[in-house]
Design a protein around this ligand. Structure first.
Ligand code: ZN
Length: 473
């Protein structure tokens, strides 16, 4: 419902006062400052850059304030939630918020929505201000981006240095959490869309050749304070408060997106990552949506690659029922090394000499021959050594269908889940810093922000970023 022609809404005025006198003032001051800087022998380009930033900032702030006021004045007096006309309207309700150029104040209309039974500020909605936080969309983005990459204290100092925006850590933390929550809601909506016809809009273009979809899985620990403040009661009740929780991650990509660099390292051009605190079931559902975006329904082959953890092989279930499974090669080789060290404790050279022919068999996909070798060996051993070899035989036997490394090389498929492990390490760098405790919901939101960034969907959260990009505008 758009009532922009309603008589009570003033028509926008296309002239900006800021372009009159303030521009002349700005020009005079900046010119003087630049001239001084040019003449000073101890000042370089950095001083010139700072001078332009410093002297232009207030002009930018005034322009933003004036334009924001015009936009506020133009907002029709209707409820932004239900579209109902507002009653009991009052004007000139001031609100000050943090903007990219410093604090900005606008006066806006307040009215009562009878249908929602709530006070509404239509201008806030038009400007993209949330009901609670005091940050402009650009500052909301700054909070989301920096806090999902670094600790809040550091982020606060970095923002101030780079942009001049002063956001105390507590304010920044609140804003980042709010954005995290919003990201989490948006992700849920996008994933739900994938179950309907609307999901087609999120899908990657259909490939020409038959498609192999690769899914890699991994998990890691995070420290949280979900029992914060309740430790004493929990201990009194005989329970140890838990601090460490699992984060489950998955990444999926089309095999044609995996290229080898000049140095021989595999690189993935485009992949979709999922990282969640909401358990294996949560990962399965999020990963299913992500795999659908990457062409799960059209895939001629789906391949799941991961280390040996039990949860991983239980995950595919009905969502990825046809998937072929592969045990990470490095992980499998570690089990052979375990036998080598059991047979030759503290004799690295002998252990290495023993393990080489077996690694060759593993790499060549000759799993039956490898297992026969190990069984023959076990028969010759006694007690501890025999048990050690038998344990590894049992482990490798349970994964024998997942060790087709020769076929992997022939098909140009990954032999290991290195891409996912490296992604997990990158998340850990941010989320495992000493002294950091968040709640489960806080973690999920911040990780969700990081995932939007990685999956190149940041613009879905902050559509204003497309405005300055001529390629996307
Ligand atoms: Zn309403």
């Amino acid at each position: 419902m758009n009532n922009c022609c309603e008589p009570s809404v003033p028509q926008p005025d296309s002239s900006f006062e800021t372009f009159a006198r303030p521009v002349a003032d700005w020009q005079a001051r900046l010119m003087a400052s630049l001239t001084r800087s040019v003449q000073a022998s101890d000042q370089n380009l950095g001083h010139l850059e700072e001078a332009i930033l410093h002297w232009t900032r207030d002009l930018e702030r005034k322009l933003l304030e004036e334009a924001a006021q015009k936009k506020a004045d133009q907002s029709p007096p209707v409820c932004p939630v239900c579209g109902h006309k507002l009653s009991r309207r009052t004007r000139d309700q001031e609100r000050t918020f943090h903007s990219r150029f410093g604090p900005v104040t606008v006066k806006r209309l307040r009215g009562w929505c009878r249908r929602c039974a709530a006070w509404r500020f239509p201008a806030d909605h038009a400007l993209g201000l949330s009901d609670t936080g005091g940050a402009s969309p650009s500052v909301q983005e700054m909070a989301a981006l920096t806090v999902s990459k670094m600790p809040v204290q550091e982020a606060s100092a970095v923002i101030e240095r780079l942009t001049g925006v002063k956001l105390p850590p507590a304010t920044l933390d609140r804003e980042a959490r709010r954005q995290g929550q919003r990201a989490d809601q948006q992700r849920t909506q996008l994933d739900e869309q994938m179950r309907t016809v609307q999901g087609a809009g999120q899908m990657l273009p259909r490939p020409q050749a038959p498609l192999t979809l690769v899914i890699e899985l991994d998990a890691w620990n995070i420290r949280e304070r979900d029992d914060w403040g309740h430790s004493t009661q929990k201990r009194a009740a005989g329970q140890e408060p838990s601090r460490w929780h699992w984060v489950y991650g998955g990444t999926c990509f089309r095999l044609d997106q995996r290229v080898t660099s000049a140095g021989g390292r595999a690189r993935i051009l485009s992949c979709g990552t999922v990282m969640t605190r909401s358990g294996v079931a949560g990962l399965r559902e999020q990963l299913f949506a992500e795999a659908q975006r990457h062409g799960l329904a059209q895939a001629a082959k789906v391949l799941v690659v991961a280390d040996g953890a039990v949860w991983i092989w239980n995950l595919p279930g009905d969502r990825f029922a046809q998937a072929q499974q592969r045990l990470d090669y490095y992980h499998a080789s570690q089990h052979l090394w375990a036998v080598a060290h059991a047979l030759h404790p503290e004799a690295e050279v002998a252990a290495r000499a023993w393990v080489q022919p077996l690694l060759k068999k593993l790499k060549g996909g000759r799993v039956t021959a490898l297992l026969n070798d190990l069984r023959t060996l076990a028969k010759r051993l006694r007690k501890k050594k025999r048990a050690a070899v038998q344990a590894e035989v049992a482990y490798l036997e349970s994964h024998r269908e997942r060790m087709d490394y020769a076929a992997a090389r022939r098909n140009g498929e990954p032999q290991g889940s290195g891409a996912m492990e490296s992604t997990c390490r990158q998340y850990q760098c941010r989320f495992k810093r000493p002294g950091q405790f968040w709640s489960c919901a806080g973690d999920e939101g911040l990780m969700c922000l990081e995932t939007f960034w990685r999956n190149d969907r940041w613009q879905l959260l902050f559509p204003h970023i497309l405005h300055g990009d001529p390629r996307k505008n």
